[in-house]
Design a protein around this ligand. Structure first.
Ligand code: AP5
Ligand code: MG
Length: 215
């Protein structure tokens, strides 16, 4: 059997990255995440596209979407290298969803539901490892030593777009651009809604069951 093709949808902070890690471990698929790819290329010169800003990082720090031509390119390359995958953070608007449709099929499209108050708490409390990418939370998922990565010992940092002001803007952009993407997939056999408010283990039980029912 070929490897599963999984898409995770949900607001910023819904737990897409947290659950993607578990999907990678359980199913041996690739993690395709436009957010991480863009963070690794924040300073890339895109001035030749003649758009509002000259780097992906300028869009990200404002909480806005990076232009489709930059993001689609990342996804095409990653899909070409993957057998199975979990796609996290893409598509974020209808144009990206249609672009994806022409390039691959999806076995499971999972939407995480989490309230806005909980999203803000999760994001403003998130801490990340700049070296290995591990994620923590100051309250919900503390490292053994405060401020230090359990995996590699580096000092943890706060993502630049996890300030309360930028989080509010990201949530607004989500409602405007990405909620229509959820409606786009609703009704397909691959689609399932997951309660994203439980503990990571509780959410994982639902995620695993929903994938296994669909592949
Ligand atoms: P991206 O990095 O994709 O960010 P996002 O979608 O805003 O989502 P997050 O990574 O913030 O949240 P998550 O759902 O992964 O949550 P996590 O598991 O970490 O994108 C960043 C930017 O890049 C965008 O704003 C945009 O500019 C650009 N971009 C990216 N893709 C793009 C695209 N396709 N098109 C255009 N632009 C694009 O969890 C959050 C926190 O909560 C963690 O601290 C975690 O420990 C904690 N947590 C997780 N699960 C639970 C739980 N069940 N209970 C309690 N705490 C939990
Ligand atoms: Mg993430």
């Amino acid at each position: 059997m070929s490897q599963p093709h999984v898409l995770l949808l949900g607001a910023p902070g819904a737990g897409k990255g947290t659950q993607s890690k578990r999907i990678v471990e359980e199913y041996g698929v690739d993690h395709i995440t436009t957010g991480d790819a863009l963070r690794a290329n924040k300073g890339m010169d895109i001035s030749d596209l003649g758009l509002e800003y000259d780097t992906p990082g300028a869009y990200m720090d404002a909480g806005e979407l990076v232009p489709d031509e930059v993001v689609n390119e990342i996804v095409v390359t990653a899909l070409g290298e993957a057998d199975g995958f979990v796609l996290d953070g893409y598509p974020r608007n209808l144009e990206q969803a249609e672009f994806l449709d022409e390039r691959t099929d999806l076995d499971a499209v999972l939407v995480f539901d989490v309230s806005e108050a909980e999203l803000v708490d999760r994001l403003t409390g998130r801490r990340v490892c700049p070296e290995c990418g591990a994620n923590y939370h100051v309250e919900f998922d503390q490292p053994e030593t405060e401020g230090v990565c359990d995996e590699c010992g580096a000092d943890l940092i706060q993502r630049e777009d996890d300030t309360e002001e930028t989080v509010r803007e990201r949530l607004r952009v989500f409602r405007e651009n990405t909620e229509p993407v959820i409606e786009y997939y609703r009704g397909s056999d691959a689609f399932a809604e997951v309660d994203g408010e439980g503990t990571p283990d509780e959410v994982w039980d639902e995620v695993e069951a929903a994938i296994d029912e669909r592949v």
